[in-house]
Design a protein around this ligand. Structure first.
Ligand code: BES
Ligand code: MN
Ligand code: ZN
Length: 489
């Protein structure tokens, strides 16, 4: 789906050729003499339209304008909430006629309007087809976004570029997250990262089992050893500014399938554990967005990826392994595998002397119990970093919520046979997982996002959400603004 931004004056007779003209109609339309404006004004005055956002009036070959389909949709204001409602409501009309080319006119430009509009439309039109030949693919190829004046188009340009990058990033994350585990293998993820690295400013290294062993990543290796699929450790580099600028490191959990291992999970719903690489997918998605946007920052993406399988070669409860930083770990539950692959990736991250390291992981069922699907769990001992991530979540409507990291929560991780156990008790499970990770971050400014509840939906609309690409991109781009402020100061 391609987006273009144009000035479109609805009063002028020359409207672009399009399969469907969708017009967001606010409450305060001024009457005007041309036929289309008169129609819009009349619609805006109807009680139905006045009341709320998302009321749709779909017309076939309407007299005032030369299009097959005119869709007027009420949009009480330019608030993101109303734009979202309006576009969600208009989407079925676009799908019904299988439009290839749509022109979508917004009444005014306010900050965020384009991002919300484009994100909502992309979300509504998304169809998974990769392993479903019978699915009717999304027909929409071109979307022209219309703003009323050349002036507003000029003002909106930077936001338009941001939104294009974001939509592409979210699409990438969803596509990889939705692929089944026999397609999205660790090697396939590595190939996707290598393909991304063909973009300018990007570079990718892929380490295999031998290199992983050589680095001493004993915890990561322990998880991978039960599977026939060879593990991969993916290192993506985006260099958008001088090498001297410390990078932000993103670490994505890439368990391409989590059976639980010998501590095997129950059968019901186990298919959803193909989504246990959503952290990895969000890193790929964020890098896709960086490739489009090319901000003046440096970012490193780390993806430890493997399967968690039960087998004759799998780790057993009670096994003790040595992590890359030398701490020994008693694996009391082989289903707490995410933290095992992440701890070695966090140790690896230290070599970049990052300004911040953020890990993104579908880490605990306990986080789903705490926060449901609305907010991701946010953990960080660094207040400024935590606040910046919260703000990025708010601004991008990709919400998170900070949970505590008191040392008392780490009590349960004590082991008689190793430096640390990989599980605490059942209580506060999302926090004990974070406490485990914290042991490996040293003095790097670190945050952990538990996306177990937010990364995908279950039930009839089962599928990846593309979260938290919105949060991450917003955070990274603001970091650019902040570091510019610092250098100017
Ligand atoms: N990938 C799961 C976490 C998960 C479970 C995410 C359900 C989304 C839905 C993770 O590897 C896991 O199995 N965690 C265990 C930890 C426990 C053994 C301490 C869990 O949450 O049950
Ligand atoms: Mn698990
Ligand atoms: Zn897992």
């Amino acid at each position: 789906m391609n987006f273009e931004l144009k000035a479109i004056d609805l009063k002028s007779a020359t409207l672009p050729k399009t399969d469907a003209l969708v017009i967001l109609v606010p409450n305060d339309v001024k009457p005007s003499r041309d036929a289309l404006s008169a129609l819009i004004h009349e619609a805006s005055q109807s009680a139905n339209f006045k009341e709320s956002a998302g009321k749709v009036l779909s017309l076939w070959k309407p007299a005032p304008v030369a299009v097959d389909r005119l869709v007027l949709v009420s949009c009480a204001s330019a608030q993101p909430k109303h734009i979202r409602q309006a576009i969600q409501a208009a989407a079925p009309a676009i799908k019904n006629i299988q439009a290839k080319h749509v022109t979508l006119c917004l009444p005014t430009w306010v900050d965020n309007a384009l991002t919300v509009a484009m994100q909502t439309l992309a979300e509504a039109m998304y169809v998974y087809t990769a392993t479903k030949p019978s699915a009717k693919p999304n027909s929409l190829k071109r979307v022209v976004l219309g703003l009323p004046t050349a002036q507003s188009v000029k003002q909106a340009k930077p936001e338009f570029a941001y939104a294009c990058a974001l939509v592409a990033g979210i699409a990438k994350a969803k596509e990889w997250a939705n692929l089944p585990a026999n397609h999205a293998t660790p090697s396939a993820l590595a190939k996707a990262a290598q393909a991304l690295a063909r973009n300018t400013h990007m570079r990718c290294e892929v380490l295999g089992p031998r290199e992983i062993a050589k680095l001493g990543m004993g915890a990561f290796q322990a998880v991978a050893q039960g599977s026939q699929e060879p593990a991969r450790f993916i290192v993506l580099h985006y260099q958008g500014t001088a090498k001297t600028q410390a990078p932000t490191v993103l670490v994505g959990k890439g368990i391409t399938f989590d059976t639980g291992g010998i501590s095997i999970k129950p059968a019901a719903g186990m298919d959803e554990m193909k989504f246990d690489m959503c952290g990895a997918a969000s890193v790929l998605g964020t890098f896709e967005a960086l490739a489009h946007l090319k901000p003046a920052i440096n970012v490193v993406g780390l993806i430890p990826t493997c399967e968690n399988m039960p087998s004759g070669t799998a780790i057993k409860p009670g096994d003790v392994v040595t992590s890359m930083d030398g701490q020994t770990i008693e694996i009391l539950n082989t289903d707490a595998e995410g933290r095992l692959i992440l701890c070695d990736a966090l140790t690896y991250a230290k070599r970049f002397k990052p300004q911040a390291v953020i890990d993104i992981a579908t880490l605990t069922g306990a986080c789903v119990v705490s926060l449901g699907a609305v907010r991701s769990g946010l953990f960080s001992p660094a207040d400024a970093l935590a606040q910046a991530l919260m703000a990025a979540g708010d601004a991008s409507h990709d919400l998170c919520w900070r949970l505590p990291l008191d040392d008392e929560y780490a009590e349960g991780l004590k082991s008689n046979f190793a430096d640390v156990a990989n599980v605490g008790g059942r209580d506060g499970g999302a926090i004990t997982a974070a406490k485990f990770l914290q042991r490996f971050v040293g003095d790097m400014p670190w945050a952990h996002l538990d996306i177990a509840g937010s990364a995908w939906k279950s039930g009839v609309s089962k599928g990846a959400t593309g979260r938290p690409v919105g949060l991450l991109l917003n955070f990274l781009v603001h970091q650019q603004t902040n570091s510019r402020k610092r250098t100017n100061a």
